[in-house]
Design a protein around this ligand. Sequence first.
Ligand code: NAD
Length: 308
Amino acid sequence: MNAIVTGGAGFIGSHITERLVKEGYSVSVIDALNTGDKKNLNSIANKIKFLKGNSSSISKLGKADVVFHEGIYSSSPMYRNNNALVGKAIFEFISVLNYCVKNKCKLVFASSSSIYNGYPPPHNEEMVPKIKDFYTEARYSMERLAELFSQMYGLEYCGLRYFSVYGDREESKKEFANMVSQIIWKGLLDKELVIYGDGTQRRDLVNVADVVAANLLASKSKENGIFNVGTGVSYSFNDTIEKVVNVMGKKIKTKNIENPLKNYVDVVHADTKKSLDKLGFSAKINIDDGIKEALDYYKGLKKVPDIF
Ligand SMILES: NC(=O)c1ccc[n+]([C@@H]2O[C@H](COP(=O)([O-])OP(=O)(O)OC[C@H]3O[C@@H](n4cnc5c(N)ncnc54)[C@H](O)[C@@H]3O)[C@@H](O)[C@H]2O)c1
């Protein structure tokens, strides 16, 4: 099987790529290397084909059986700073969709739980997104386009709404990294962690290994549609800090400031029924084990990211 991973040098993309290589796929990666880093692919560098470029150049990689599309700007603040990225994400996604139709390959693409902003938990796939953010608009447009390509041209696809993904190899995302990584980094550097608001905002923290498993299941499934990739449990930032402190065995200095962000996501918490019923996916990694594994990795870095 030939697979393409767009954004394969990023946090999640590099984990998907590594797993595909382990499973015997022949893998090509295309990545613009803005938040990603080629060093994320060091362990498999001589086993994959790598092209530096935008996802819209996907056809340069030749024919694949399956595409995993992670390669768009990956975080909401990036779109607030430059709202033209909405158009870029959609434009590049259309190239990916056309590629998949032309080559009759299955498409598995990243979407996001931030699409549920404004709904009380638990969040299920039937909720019609209320658009509250530029990033969410890009995500929802991508989901609708995939459905349209499916109706018009028979595209087979799964859009995966990732919840709050944490794990190792997030350092090139810097200030856009998950809360778990940011807490660990502050702890390792003995620096103060700034929290927006009172720390009661909640996230459904899903380990990157579980996200990879969901991608693999989706790629082999006959199902078309949109699926949550979360655990069905959510933790407040305060709970998460306490968990990291327990695993590190060390206090972390914190400072609460007024939340400067409009339309901030207060809580995300997955309803996991559809992805379990249709894809057979359920998250397996225990949060404390996941935090410990991430901590061991970040402890081994020559340079821990020093953000803010
Ligand atoms: N990490 C999370 O909690 C989370 C949650 C929901 C959705 N997502 C989505 O999952 C995907 C992967 O996110 P991540 O956390 O690994 O972030 P990441 O920033 O590490 O990964 C994105 C990768 O795509 C590359 N990229 C960006 N724009 C590109 C473009 N136009 N063409 C080609 N490559 C491009 C980046 O260089 C990077 O390697 C993203 O689409 C992101 O929006 C992530």
